[in-house]
Design a protein around this ligand. Structure first.
Ligand code: SAH
Length: 216
């Protein structure tokens, strides 16, 4: 297995400082990112660049998000230890590991079989195993484990997915990028079964969240 060396740790500290400069101020989130060997989630040809604030291609034509995006989405969730968090779009598993590092009970769904398998392996290897890892369509959420205190969507959706709103706990927060080619980041706070408070944050670019397209 590839190692997590002092060199990687040094680069990681620099990345954390960069994220601070870019406006991430939640120390708990920064500490969680500082625990994760991001270079193990991407192809070794990118190893030297793993701690730059960049996205990289991963399996199945998908991407691992920028560290800034991961930090920003995580910060918006205000995760407390023990909370139930649903993640749609496991991808490499990097964002998943950050949620696990925060002490959340993480449920994560991925529709690409090879990414589901890859992320499962790496998360177990580095000891950041989520509570449940599911191969399936994230648009359906995970009704048998609902409600969730927090929901994070890491692919771009054209419109707000109703089933995910239903599975959010009262008082819960969902963070979700909405838009076709480009997305705006939104948080949705569920005030009661039918009342939601939505806030908009900056522009982002994500791979699309596709419905009914589970790939074996
Ligand atoms: N959080 C990931 C980002 C992955 S990109 C990381 O840190 O690496 C978004 C992921 O969402 C892709 O892996 C894509 O396959 C997945 N995805 C897209 N539509 C989906 C759906 N309907 N259900 C589950 N996963 C989906």
């Amino acid at each position: 297995m590839k190692q997590d060396t002092l060199k990687h740790k040094g680069k990681r500290n620099k990345l954390i400082n960069l994220l601070k400069q870019k406006g991430i101020n939640d120390e708990i989130v920064l500490n969680a990112l500082n625990k994760i060997p991001r270079h193990l989630f991407i192809d070794s040809i990118f190893e030297d660049l793993a701690y730059e604030d960049r996205a990289f291609p991963i399996l199945s034509n998908q991407t691992i998000s920028h560290p800034y995006t991961v930090a920003f989405q995580t910060q918006l969730l205000h995760i407390q230890k023990g909370e139930k968090v649903l993640e749609i779009g496991t991808g490499s598993g990097y964002q998943t590991s950050v949620l696990v590092a925060l002490g959340a009970q993480v449920f994560t769904i991925e529709r690409q079989k090879e990414l589901f398998e890859f992320s499962k392996k790496i998360l177990r290897k580095i000891n950041f195993t989520p509570k449940h890892q599911i191969f399936g369509d994230g648009y359906l959420g995970l009704p048998s484990f609902a409600p969730f205190d927090k929901i994070i969507v890491t692919a771009g959706v054209p419109t707000m997915p109703k089933k995910l709103l239903e599975q959010l706990a009262i008082g819960g927060i969902m963070v979700i990028p909405i838009g076709e080619k480009e997305q705006k980041m939104y948080t949705v706070l569920k005030l009661d079964e039918n009342t939601f408070e939505t806030m908009e944050f900056g522009d982002y670019q994500f791979v699309p969240m596709l419905e009914n397209r589970v790939i074996e």
